[in-house]
Design a binder for this molecule. Sequence first.
Ligand code: ATP
Length: 254
Amino acid sequence: MIEVKDIHKGFNGEQILKGITTTFERGKTNLIIGTSGSGKTVFLKCMLGLFTPEKGSICYDGATYSDLSTEEQRDLREQMGMVFQGSALFDSMTVEENVMFPLMMFTKQKKEEMLVRVNEVLARVNLENSNNKLPSEISGGMQKRVAIARAIVTRPKYLFCDEPNSGLDPRTAIVIDNLIKEITEEYDITTIINTHDMNSVMEIGEKIVFLKFGNLEWEGDKSQIFKTDNEAVTEFVYSSNLFKKVRDAQLKGL
Ligand SMILES: Nc1ncnc2c1ncn2[C@@H]1O[C@H](COP(=O)(O)OP(=O)(O)OP(=O)(O)O)[C@@H](O)[C@H]1O
């Protein structure tokens, strides 16, 4: 579980996060949504320990980051997995080498041991028999699977995903969403996903946090998002093509 209390973060005198307080539970897919520039990525980077908030605290299963020693903070960061927007695989490395990379960086395991774990996670994301392929030789959806395998290879307690669906067709996007949800439940991870995608909200939004201009404007789950009368949330929901059509049909009494 990650508990965020009143965090503030700014750059060059401009306040980007203006006091966010919320909780992200373990074993659940937590989504951060909001318009472009609302501070979602900055928020994610604060939770990844890449940005230091000027005020407030972030607590990971009882451990408040700012109270930890440098070494403890490093240990905690090693318990975090990240799926980057666009997958961010190393182009010149094979699938196997990409997935093995965090094990080489953070553990002292023998190569054979690493390989067992790499094959285990590649099988979990349904990517057997692709070990020796380069990222350029596999599809965008497969690249995302590799990115997920790489993020979970070290058995993280926390998984952060920045726009994991960007660039995928809607069908593949749903498959990737559900893969992240299944892995979250199976391994009991605290997963936090930045997204613009209303399909993701409907598919896997167990907790949704809506940011607006660096404030937490609304939070709830996927069933509540259609019942809220919060204008900013409603505007966001119905600006998606899918739900715009539904609402237009409702307004026409169809
Ligand atoms: N390292 C930085 N230095 C200065 N300003 C930054 C930095 N990182 C982000 N910002 C600013 O913070 C604001 C929020 O950016 P952020 O990337 O968090 O938005 P976002 O909600 O993730 O948007 P999008 O959905 O378009 O990715 C922007 O105005 C951005 O320019």
